[in-house]
Ligand binder design. Structure first.
Ligand SMILES: [Zn+2]
Ligand SMILES: [Zn+2]
Length: 346
């Protein structure tokens, strides 16, 4: 369940909370149990181990770190390999904002049961280079050998929105970048051998096609006119790697938002929604035991509901995408991949 509750008063708490809105207690996130625990300055005892606030607590990090760890930084913060210079306070504020999206990503990966092997434990393990293109050198968002690079300037609304409009994208967020790039990571980690490799190529295309040529073609000619019939986004048409990463990001968008709806107690009553809806829609926080058909059926109605809510506030659609059958087939592959991995890990 993506959102959690205050351990003291049981009030709902957003994932980024450090102080409960209702009772005022300091709370911190204990990632092994995916829940909030009390987080007084001196730390708290959990199963015989002392858990303290992460050293980046003043920078909005609300995760706790075990006293058995050598580091004063939490699991999430230690995944950051490179970050802005210590005197670059503007970039460090953006780093703190990006940390919110990064921790939300990690919570979801843990909930899904996906392996997270840090770069400091294994060559090619997961790492984050969180740097700002406003601080000098250009920063290209991307993934290579486990390292995810994010441009912190993307947390500036004007910067990100200008790019979104220029690139003609219906959706561009920091969380979306994290979900897309981690898709590249999991394609590398989870689809290394047959038969998955061949199956993946059959669905997304052969990833051995030249990436350099693909970029050049994409930025010169754009997506093919009929892209929407087979792809979730124009960017996905560029190369099989991008198609996989875009699909993976959407799998996280969909299951993460359904889990939030479930945690919020959402049920859609069929007789009030639409004549086409024959049974109530009850989203759940864990779809691992259910088929992709159930995920997509729930998402059809729940995303429609959220789009209606957004429009009633004069906002763009929450989920401004159309899922065609070929795209749903790609999502089905990702669902099988993720749930199989979770079963192997448990
Ligand atoms: Zn409380
Ligand atoms: Zn931290």
């Amino acid at each position: 369940m993506a959102e959690a509750r205050c351990p003291t008063c049981r009030t709902f708490a957003f994932l980024e909370t450090q102080e409960c809105d209702r009772c005022g207690d300091s709370i911190g996130y204990h990632y092994p149990s995916l829940s909030f625990v009390p987080a007084p300055e001196g730390g708290t005892e959990i199963d015989g181990t002392r858990w303290r606030r992460c050293a980046n607590w003043p920078w909005q990090c609300n995760w706790l770190v075990s006293s058995e760890d050598e580091s004063a930084r939490c699991f999430s913060c230690r995944l950051t390999r490179r970050s802005p210079e210590a005197d670059d306070t503007i970039a460090l504020e953006k780093l703190a904002e990006a940390g919110v999206a990064k921790r939300r990503l990690l919570v979801q990966l843990l909930e899904l049961g996906l392996p997270i092997v840090p770069f400091h434990e294994q060559e090619g393990g997961l790492a984050f280079d969180l740097l700002s293109s406003r601080s000098g050198a250009p920063v290209v968002i991307g993934h290579a050998d486990g390292v995810i690079t994010i441009d912190l300037a993307e947390s500036l609304d004007a910067h990100r929105e200008a790019l979104r409009v220029r690139l003609g994208e219906p959706y561009r967020t920091m969380l979306g970048h994290f979900r897309h790039e981690v898709g590249h990571y999991y394609q590398q980690v989870l689809i290394a051998a047959e038969p998955l490799l061949g199956e993946c190529r059959g669905i997304f295309g052969d990833e051995r096609a030249s990436y350099a040529d693909a970029i050049e073609r994409h930025y010169e000619f754009g997506a093919p006119g009929d892209w929407a019939a087979n792809y979730i986004s124009e960017y996905a048409t560029m190369h099989p790697w991008e198609d996989f990463a875009e699909t993976f990001a959407h799998y996280l968008h969909i299951t993460g938002t359904l889990a939030t709806a479930a945690a919020a107690g959402v049920t859609l009553q069929s007789e009030l929604v639409d004549d086409l809806l024959v049974a109530d829609v009850v989203p759940v926080d864990d779809y691992s035991g259910l088929g992709i058909d159930r995920v997509l059926a729930d998402w059809h109605w729940v995303s429609l509901m959220f789009n209606r809510v957004n429009r009633s506030m004069g906002q763009r659609d929450l989920y401004p995408f159309t899922l065609t059958q070929p795209v749903m087939d790609k999502l089905a592959f990702v669902h099988r991949l993720v749930t199989a991995e979770a079963q192997r890990g448990s």
